[in-house]
Write a protein that binds this ligand. Sequence first.
Ligand code: SF4
Length: 329
Amino acid sequence: MDWLKIKTILGDQPKFRYQQIERALFKEVISDWQEASNLPKELREKLAVTAPLDLPAEFVGSISQGSVKALMTLADGLKIETVLMKLNDRYTVCVSSQVGCPLGCSFCATGSLGFKRNLTDQEIINQAILWARYLKSKSAAIDNLVFMGMGEPFLNYDNVMKAIKFLNSQASLNIGARKISISSVGVTEGIKKMAKEPWQLNLAISLHATRDDLRSELIPTNKKYSIKKIIQAVDDYIEETGRKVMFEYMLIKDVNDSDEDAKALANLMHAPLYMVNLIAYNPTGKFKAPTSDRILRFKQILIDGRVNVTLRRSLGQDISAACGQLLGK
Ligand code: SF4
């Protein structure tokens, strides 16, 4: 579905016609023009031929089990993954921003794919539309949107922000800015630009290590964006926006899960608006997840160090839809 193309096809139709179509596409979330019964038959037939609404996707998993993954096929035949998760009766959509990823993090299945291209704003929007249609059949809607799928969102900054602007608008899905999160490995130019955006979006940083040598092994782009540079950019962001920042820390057995690692993390998380979200590693082959006891011990050290910490339940492992597992296959 291409909203800009639809607008072009509509040409000089009266304004109310646009509004009817916007309503049909983004409020009723139709997937076939025949469902737009308030449009004249000829217009519906014209749009069905010139601007089809299908979003080709294969679904894996079941939302009743907590998460569903959709493998979407783009117009050029490339494939991306997007995931719907349900937790406490809230629906969170995880979207991709790139096909593959150029950053090659060693724990990440997407990184092993290499980089194909950036997604267009429309391709990002379509991931949300796909899930809005899916949820319509359950009389539900998207509650949260996170950029944690394939790709580094700040390397596709403009299209990510265009998509957010659109999805946030009242005429489209109207997803509140506070319900939208961008997760980055710490591309500091993106953090700086995001601080100037007019919306109250959420920023998450994938930290995963407190020492540059280890972090550079896990996230090679740390050689460019060191921990010190990231912390400086985050501090500037907080000063500018007054908003909390979430640091994601993926616990990997015998790599970054020792008591010393926990103490170092507690020391680094010095600011009141810093939050830490611990995630147990989702095995993709190379590494292993720590035991539950080790995870809880790590968390307790952070609590003792007065750090705001949460432990995220990982959804979607069974369908390879958890963090770092999206492969486009
Ligand atoms: S973790 Fe994120 S930035 Fe790193 S390779 Fe995977 S998708 Fe790219």
